[in-house]
Design a protein around this ligand. Structure first.
Ligand code: TRP
Length: 451
């Protein structure tokens, strides 16, 4: 007899787990530095436009495909396309992308746990300038033992949760970690905005300077929306496959996208007011949270404890994301090869850990080992985030709008949502058929340098 497929035990469980996938390093690490480098509020507005016009429609489509087929990405496309090899290939591309992203994402997630440990040890206490903070970051991340060790530890956490399955593992983690994360982030925001001189940072976030917007900025915003919403590789599809047909997809999707966006903006308010209050520069790029922040806490009353909170928060946000990536590949193997979840997760964890080791060494011993001028880490990030995710996104939109077709997708969408505002449904159809594929095609071509 076929074992019952697990289902989320509640709507809020699904929303928190899925928002947990979306809320991650992308929100807390990447969004603030993109805002910092691209003109503050102007970038935020642009980002919001991308989220509403492209992100939300594809989030709905991805969840819908999964919920309709109740399978992993490959199984879902196989079922809904009646075994068309092209679409099965698109599902497979998603699973492969999951392997790649998890392998390097887990490395940065490992650093965040490493920073919790260093914060507790008091490593940052006597460091008083960003340059020294940067040197410390380089010395930590280039140590093979430190970097690979925390990469391993983080993989153990991820495996541990996915091991227990959908309700007892992933849903439970989301229900505990997401509210804790929100509380911690609000605490840190209050700490930041009440520092003397914080107003400058607040102004930076709410005043828009459109003169700095170029086509590159638009592309950055769109790419960030994709990554931050976990779009384009079947993570939302897989989570949707555990959703009951009684639930309302559009309204859940709005909550998930809303939470993700809210946390990204809160992360801005957590970081910039404090940064400005201390007279530090906002345009530090990717180094912002590992180089500058640990130092920033030295100038804040209660900094020792707030620093630990900050890196704990970062680790928790990353963990709810790594488990979603792990669940995609696990559900694929479990569904397709009929293996047992427990042993499958452990083996996959070891495989992904191994694939990630060169990424963990990319800041150290493998720093000078480059392919097309990129380190192993950067190459993986570029291929997955800038090529495979947009490609997956285009095909999810085209599949829903044209191949599987609105005629079949719509009745399935309306299950559990038949009272949803009809104008919004019509808008979704227009966005998924035309706007989303075209806009994503533009990002893809430009990240390949064609445009
Ligand atoms: N969205 C997460 C973040 O912002 C990262 C992530 C998790 C992801 N699962 C994904 C990105 C699937 C793309 C695809 O950090």
């Amino acid at each position: 007899m076929k074992p019952e497929r697990e289902q989320w035990s509640s709507k809020i469980g699904f929303i928190l787990a899925t928002a947990g996938s979306a809320v991650g390093l992308g929100n807390i690490w990447k969004f603030p530095y993109l805002v910092g480098e691209n003109g503050g509020a102007a970038f935020i507005i642009l980002y919001l436009i991308c989220v509403v016009l492209v992100g939300l429609p594809i989030v709905i489509a991805e969840i819908l495909i999964g919920r309709t087929a109740q399978k992993n990405p490959v199984g879902s496309f196989r079922e809904l396309s009646k075994s068309n090899p092209f679409w099965i290939g698109i599902g497979l591309l998603g699973v492969i992308t999951g392997f790649i992203i998890l392998s390097y994402y887990n490395v940065i997630a490992g650093w965040s746990i490493g920073y919790v440990v260093e914060s507790i040890k008091g490593t940052f206490e006597n460091i008083d300038n960003p340059k020294a903070g940067g040197d410390l970051f380089i010395s930590l991340s280039s140590s093979s033992f430190w970097s690979v060790g925390f990469h391993f530890l983080f993989m153990v956490f991820t495996v541990y949760i996915v091991y227990f399955g959908v309700t007892k593992g992933i849903e439970k983690a989301g229900k505990i970690l997401m509210p804790t994360l929100l509380i911690l982030i609000i605490l840190l925001v209050i700490r930041g905005v009440t520092l003397e001189g914080a107003q400058k940072g607040i102004n930076y976030l709410i005043q828009a300077d459109f003169s700095v917007i170029t086509t590159k900025t638009v592309l950055l915003a769109l790419g960030q929306a994709f990554f931050s919403l976990s779009l384009g590789m079947g993570a939302l599809l897989t989570y949707g496959s555990y959703m009951s047909k009684k639930e309302n997809i559009p309204s859940s999707a709005i909550s998930i996208v809303g939470l993700d966006t809210f946390v990204a903006i809160l992360a801005g308010f957590m970081i910039f007011p404090a940064l400005f209050a201390l007279g530090m520069q906002p345009d530090q790029g990717p180094a912002l949270i590992y180089n500058i922040l640990p130092i920033m806490f030295n100038y804040i009353p209660g900094g020792y404890i707030f620093r630990i909170f900050f890196f704990l928060l970062l680790s928790m946000a990353a963990l709810t994301s790594t488990i979603s990536l792990m669940e995609v590949i696990t559900s694929f193997v479990v569904d397709e090869l009929k293996t047992k979840r427990e042993i499958t997760v452990i083996i996959l964890g070891l495989i992904v850990f191994s694939i990630g080791v060169p990424s963990a060494l990319s800041s150290g011993v493998l720093k000078d080992f480059t392919i097309f001028g990129l380190t192993y880490f950067d190459l993986f990030d570029f291929i997955a985030a800038n090529i495979f995710l947009p490609l997956g996104g285009i095909f999810i939109a085209l599949f829903t709008g044209w191949f599987w077709s609105i005629k079949k997708a719509l009745p399935s969408l309306l299950e559990g949502a038949d009272d949803f505002n009809p104008t919004l449904i019509k808008t979704w159809i227009f966005l998924i058929k035309f706007v989303a594929p075209v806009m994503v095609l533009i990002i893809l071509l430009s990240s390949l340098g064609v445009l």
